[in-house]
Design a protein around this ligand. Structure first.
Ligand code: 5GP
Ligand code: ZN
Length: 121
């Protein structure tokens, strides 16, 4: 797992991670940052992002797969802490225009707190 953090000064989420733009922090460690979505699509809607700039899940490689695995362990911990484990929750990562990705920095949505739509698209 690389320790190097790459930042894109023009990237919204890099700026949130830096603290240049305020956010409601849920969790942070040396590799990732989690915060509440500004426009929640469910009662609980949290974004988990790597601190290093990776454009999307389409840029996951053997080199950064360890980081992505770490983020998933964090997702599980956050879901537990938010009381989502029993009812269940959804983890989503949009890649590219057809998926409606609006921020080109890899992020995982954690959605829960109610019965989510059966339709995922
Ligand atoms: P995407 O559509 O790229 O998968 O998800 C981007 C998410 O970032 C959206 O759910 C959107 O509401 C959220 N978002 C966009 N700008 C901000 C912001 O400034 N702060 C926070 N907390 N969330 C944001
Ligand atoms: Zn970024």
């Amino acid at each position: 797992m690389s320790d190097t953090i790459h930042r894109d000064p023009d990237c919204l989420f890099c700026r949130i991670i830096e603290g240049d733009i305020p956010s409601q922090k849920v969790y942070e460690d040396e590799l990732c940052y989690a915060f509440r979505d500004i426009n929640p699509q469910a009662p609980t809607h949290i974004l988990v992002v790597p601190k290093t700039h990776i454009p999307s899940c389409a840029a996951v490689t053997a080199e950064n797969a360890g980081l992505v695995g770490h983020i998933f362990t964090v997702i599980v911990r956050i879901a537990r802490a938010e009381g989502l484990e029993e009812g269940g929750y959804r983890v989503v990562s949009n890649a590219g225009p057809n998926a409606g990705q609006t921020v080109p920095h890899l992020h995982f949505h954690i959605l829960g707190g109610e019965r989510l739509s059966d339709r995922m698209s």
